[in-house]
Design a protein around this ligand. Structure first.
Ligand code: NAD
Length: 469
């Protein structure tokens, strides 16, 4: 028997529910927002085992690494937001020019409405929930679309969010291209996308149809420059850590190293030793090292292993989706591994004559998400800071900038647009509403800037008002 009920597409049901929740003001009180953030915090605390298990299933992530880079990171972000939310949500008074006085003016941050968060697979929990923290703190209703390529984590997020946050305001839509394409037909008030530049163009084009603003968190080849002024052993250890965590599948991982021939010769040995120190001789058996997400990524990465002389690593196992932490020397800049973002555990060493050549090479290419410099030479550091453009620049600490909540996290040019973390996450999902209040008496406008324009008003406008702003 045919049902007499009209069948609604489930995505439309989610979307309309969120529009209604936003319209009826549920998400506006700061107390509601705090409760959601506390719910997220509690979920991470009580269900960390489930998340760790899912992350291991999807990416072979060691539990401690999951804690450092996903769960713990989110807990810190939640604490920071809870600590500051009262301050961030308060209207901020601004000064009023003398010509407009008497009046008062302030900025009131207000939620944008219903927003969409689309996440990638490499940090599949953190990159769903980190923007969600900002979206909820700002008082929005949210659809979260986790990555279908990390299905275990996606399923846990979908299941647990319904238990810990207000489902009237937060929905999870699981799925891939088909579901995302459908979602993109709706008019959102903001779309927050993390992933590749190729897909970002699809997202931006769909958003443009509704004039929806977007934050695009993308990737690219993040360079690392090192010179002879630093301790090679100490630097190599940090480089190896930043590059090979999550088996190199980190948007801000150093993609390749630029250095002089002499520095590279020294560094090779230290990189070799640092890989051994962090991961031992039998890396495949080491539970502290992860796996490649899928066969397609594995095959792509494996094809790069012939692009240079292997300093350390080079082993792979398709069955296990394992590629050892690999350093490649004598790499030509026109080889496959240097074409696009590597996004895996392969680190090419590229020889340059000096810092000027390194900077020229970086500036010839797309603006990177991160640029990392190891040098004690203040002139060299200044050159990188003033002569290159990247989402972030760190001296001596690749990747670590993203743990500083007051530093904007985002790209520039091909590595993305917009930034978040800390207050900027709140700002990304807020509208800064300008409010001005001016009493009707005394009338300061009639005698100054309103017609009829007398000679006195002209003198005032030309000689006085503009100068007393
Ligand atoms: P991706 O672009 O393939 O997928 C990301 C999301 O887009 C997924 O949720 C997916 O379902 C969706 N998607 C894929 N194809 C789509 C389509 N045709 N239409 C609509 N939606 C679609 O990205 P990825 O491979 O998952 O991620 C890798 C890239 O992400 C790398 O370039 C990496 O540097 C970048 N990244 C950036 C950051 C950052 O914070 N800047 C963090 C992680 C990854």
């Amino acid at each position: 028997m045919q049902s007499s009920f009209v069948k609604y597409d489930p995505l439309t049901v989610h979307y309309e529910a969120l529009l209604n929740t936003f319209a009826n003001g549920t998400t506006k009180p700061v107390e509601w927002r705090i409760k959601q953030l506390q719910g997220l915090g509690l979920m991470l605390q009580e269900k960390s085992d489930e998340f760790e298990k899912a992350l291991f299933e999807d990416l072979g992530k060691p539990a401690i690494e999951s804690h450092i880079t996903e769960i713990g990171f989110l807990q810190a972000e939640i604490s920071h937001t809870l600590k500051n939310i009262s301050k961030w949500t308060k209207p901020k008074r601004v000064s009023v020019p003398a010509a407009v006085q008497p009046a008062s003016a302030w900025i009131r941050p207000e939620p944008l409405g219903t927003v969409l968060i689309i996440a990638p697979w490499n940090y599949p929990l953190m990159l769903c929930l980190s923007p969600l923290i900002g979206a909820l703190a700002a008082g929005n209703t949210v659809i979260v679309k986790p990555s279908e390529l990390a299905p275990a984590t996606s399923a846990v997020i979908a299941k647990l969010l319904t238990e810990y946050v207000d489902v009237r305001a937060i929905r999870v839509v699981e799925g891939g291209v088909e579901e995302t394409t459908k979602l993109l037909e709706f008019r959102f008030d903001h779309i927050f996308y993390t992933g590749s530049g190729r897909v970002a163009r699809i997202i931006a084009a769909a958003a443009a149809k509704h004039l929806t603003p977007t934050t695009l968190e993308l990737g690219g080849k993040s360079p690392l420059y090192i010179d002879e002024t630093v301790s090679m052993a100490a630097a190599a250890k940090r480089i190896v850590w930043a590059k090979f965590m999550n088996a190199g599948q980190t948007c801000v991982a150093p993609d390749y190293i630029l250095a002089s021939k002499e520095t590279l010769t020294l560094l090779e040995t230290h990189l070799h030793d640092a890989v051994q120190e962090l991961y031992g001789n039998a890396v495949k058996q080491n539970p502290d090292y992860g796996r490649i997400i899928n066969r397609a990524q594995f095959d792509r990465l494996k094809s790069y292993l012939d692009d240079g002389r292997i300093v350390v690593g080079g082993e792979s196992d398709a069955e296990e989706l394992f590629i050892a932490p690999t350093v490649l020397a004598d790499v030509e800049i026109d080889s496959g591994v240097m074409e696009g973002e590597i996004f895996g555990p392969i680190l090419p060493l590229i020889e340059v004559a000096d810092v000027d050549e390194a900077i020229a090479y970086v500036n010839m290419n797309d603006k990177p998400l991160g640029a990392y410099v190891f040098s004690e030479n203040s002139e060299v550091r200044k050159q990188w800071e003033l002569e290159t453009s990247s989402g972030a620049l760190t001296f001596g600490a690749p990747v670590l900038h993203l743990t500083v909540p007051d530093l904007p996290f985002g790209g520039v040019g091909e590595s993305g647009m917009g930034a978040y973390h800390g207050k900027l996450s709140f700002d990304s999902f807020s509208h800064q509403k300008a409010v001005l209040s001016k009493p009707l008496a005394p009338d300061t406008l009639g005698p100054t800037i309103m017609p009829p324009f007398t000679a006195l008003k002209e003198r005032l406008v030309r000689n006085v008002l503009g100068k007393i702003r």
